[in-house]
Design a binder for this molecule. Structure first.
Ligand code: PRP
Length: 205
């Protein structure tokens, strides 16, 4: 049995479609239900629907043999997994954004709201900028509007959320896309099956 961790939401749906195209479908998946585990007994696979930020944990610990996760999560959580393939979709970028009239005050730490504390710390350390990091779990764009932070560090895909909240990109930090990852011991012991899946996906990408 191969356990596959899929991120719930937009990215997960795209990834599931890929698996369907290579013949690893699960009819239950199409039903309107709240199930989180879907099997295809014939093909000996099981899909696990998890929060995007948890995919790395499931794969590192071996609850899932393989999974798909955004590079943003890999950079933030740094799970001990093999990164086997860049799927080339789920493209976005890490950016610093702030109000249209933002002017940086270098006499004090910059207050940054973000979901990505580790990535933010690493980036601001690399440019020797003192910061106060505020951890939020979503709707980050609200923080500078309310004066909770000076700027945000977040992922930007289309830029619509920034635009509709009167924010602009100040600095682009890094490009991001979806990555196919594998548990290290599964990659050894279920190598044939995992490679077969990777190769089939490569063929249709
Ligand atoms: C993400 C991200 C931005 C938005 C960017 O949020 O945190 O808010 O998408 O996308 P855009 O550039 O296409 O507008 P998500 O939708 O995951 O919701 P969240 O606020 O709960 O994190």
């Amino acid at each position: 049995m191969i356990n596959i961790a899929l991120p719930k939401g937009r990215l997960g749906n795209k990834v599931y479609n890929l698996f369907e195209q290579i013949g690893y479908e699960s009819s239950e998946m199409k039903e309107d239900n709240r199930k989180l585990i879907f099997e295809n007994k014939e093909k000996n696979i099981r899909f696990l629907l998890v929060k995007p930020s948890d995919v790395g944990v499931y794969v590192e610990k071996g609850s899932a043999d393989i999974g798909v996760v955004g590079r943003d999560i890999l950079l933030e959580e740094n799970p001990d997994v093999y990164e086997l393939m860049d799927l080339g979709f789920g493209k976005c970028r890490f950016s610093i954004a702030g109000p249209m009239d933002f002017k940086e005050n270098f006499d004090r730490p910059l207050v940054v709201a973000t979901k990505y504390l580790n990535v933010a710390k690493k980036y601001f350390d690399s440019i020797n900028r003192d910061v106060e990091l505020i951890k939020l779990n979503g709707s980050i764009e609200i923080a500078p509007i309310l004066g909770l932070s000076d700027v945000i560090m977040d992922i930007v895909e289309t830029g619509t959320t920034l635009k509709e909240n009167n924010l602009k990109i100040l600095t682009n930090i890094e490009d991001i896309s979806a990555r196919f990852v594998a548990n290290k011991s599964s990659y050894r012991f279920k190598n044939k099956k995992i490679k077969e899946i990777v190769n089939k996906i490569k063929e249709i990408l």
